[in-house]
Design a protein around this ligand. Structure first.
Ligand SMILES: Cc1cc2nc3c(=O)[nH]c(=O)nc-3n(C[C@H](O)[C@H](O)[C@H](O)COP(=O)(O)OP(=O)(O)OC[C@H]3O[C@@H](n4cnc5c(N)ncnc54)[C@H](O)[C@@H]3O)c2cc1C
Length: 369
């Protein structure tokens, strides 16, 4: 029999945890298994959240809840201590360090030649017959089962502005904030955690010291840093909604409705930190799956329609036997599905299903050319 294969599309924490749990299970059960982990940005095991290199971008979850394995709460803590980081369970680690942890755990799960992991940097654009992943560069990845681990969609666009060199459409894109820091005013749209990260990144670099000095109290320290920026007038929070944004001589002119008063703001930079868009049809790959009838949006249009255990539903509502999803894509089905404690449980539950599906499909079919 040929080696069963699984393709995981999306190399963030969801994709990496799927590969980790699948490879570990294949090893303990003595099952050969080839896993391909595809990521369009080459951010394998990092994804959007853990690709940051900024040391004051911290996890918002305690270290003892961020292990890659449900039943091993000390796994991350032990790894961190072995890496020379003094942290206890209630501490908040830098996200970059967590990305390094996931990368190392993924590497440790590889077991070639019986259970190789192929890291491919490419964009998936379509699925042929539910299981051959077509890539934007013309290549194809054949697999007995496919997992969609695409994470969050980019934020919804700002009205009136499609592109501008000083408009940051997605603050999580690699190098997106690099140009900011030239002294020009920055308008951040949104006041959630993304805004906090952006504010800490683009203002006072000495905030980074908070990690070294107060690492066990980082979230309060981050909050204190934000309060400090506000007290000194370096950060202002405005309540209102953006009406439109237009290019102006030295940046952008933004029209906003501030509590009923139309106000024009001249800014050097505009950062879209409004959070992910829920609309899966804005993603070209997912739109292709939906057009082909292979998948459909969930009734609340928060993600893809799927069974609670992640089998993707087709246009007629039939669960696929070989196409699965996990992580933020399941928001419409599970809602609480975006944090590592939830994702690792989904990955662990999916692994035996993937072993079974891929093994039985490989036994029934010849290699696909
Ligand atoms: C800033 C931030 C901080 C966070 N902090 C925490 C935290 O402290 N604790 C916690 O538990 N959770 C946290 N989260 C929640 C986070 O959603 C999860 O922890 C986790 O990172 C989600 O991973 P993911 O793989 O589902 O998504 P992503 O990290 O978005 O990864 C998806 C990957 O798929 C790739 N991709 C998408 N489409 C394609 C395609 N067509 N072809 C190929 N590749 C594709 C993307 O490029 C991306 O790399 C945070 C999230 C953010 C944004």
């Amino acid at each position: 029999m040929r080696t069963p294969s699984v393709a995981v599309v999306g190399g963030g924490a969801s994709g990496a945890l799927t590969a980790i749990h699948l490879l570990r299970l294949a090893r303990t059960s003595g099952t050969p298994m080839a896993v391909t982990l595809l990521d369009q940005h080459g951010r394998h095991a990092l994804g959007q959240a853990y690709a940051t290199t900024d040391p004051h971008h911290l996890l918002n979850t305690r270290a003892d809840r961020m292990s890659a394995f449900d039943g091993e709460p000390d796994h991350l803590l032990t790894w961190a201590r072995n890496a020379g980081v003094d942290v206890n369970g209630s501490g908040y680690l830098p996200r970059a360090l967590y990305g390094r942890y996931l990368r190392e755990v993924l590497t440790a799960a590889e077991d070639p030649p019986a259970r190789p992991l192929h890291r491919v940097t490419a964009t998936a654009v379509a699925l042929d017959n539910d299981h051959a992943v077509r890539l934007a560069d013309g290549r194809r990845v054949d697999a007995d089962a496919v997992v969609l681990a695409l994470g969050n969609r980019s934020p919804a666009p700002v009205p009136g502005l499609t592109a501008h060199p000083r408009y940051v459409t997605d603050p999580w894109a690699g190098g997106a904030l690099t140009g900011i820091g030239d002294g020009a005013a920055v308008l951040v749209l949104g006041t959630g955690l993304t805004m906090v990260d952006v504010a800490l990144s683009v203002t006072l670099r000495r905030v980074a010291r908070y990690w070294e000095i107060h690492r066990h109290r980082i979230p309060p320290a981050s909050a204190a840093a934000i309060a400090d920026l506000r007290a000194r007038g370096r950060l202002r929070l405005l309540r209102g909604s953006l009406v439109e944004a237009k290019p102006a001589a030295d940046g952008l002119r933004v029209r906003a409705d501030l509590d009923g008063t139309m106000t024009d703001l001249d800014v050097g930079w505009l950062v879209n930190a409004t959070g992910p868009s829920a609309d899966v049809t804005t993603d070209p790959f997912l739109a292709n799956l939906i057009t082909a009838g292979t998948a459909r949006p969930d009734p609340l249009r928060l993600g893809l329609d799927a069974t609670p255990d992640g089998a993707v539903l087709d246009v007629a509502g039939q669960p696929s036997g070989r196409l699965f999803a996990l992580g933020p894509l399941l928001r419409g089905t599970l809602y609480e599905t975006t944090a590592v404690p939830e994702i690792r449980a989904q990955a662990a539950a999916l692994a035996p299903r993937l072993v079974e599906v891929a093994t039985s499909h490989a036994a029934r079919t010849q290699p696909v050319a």
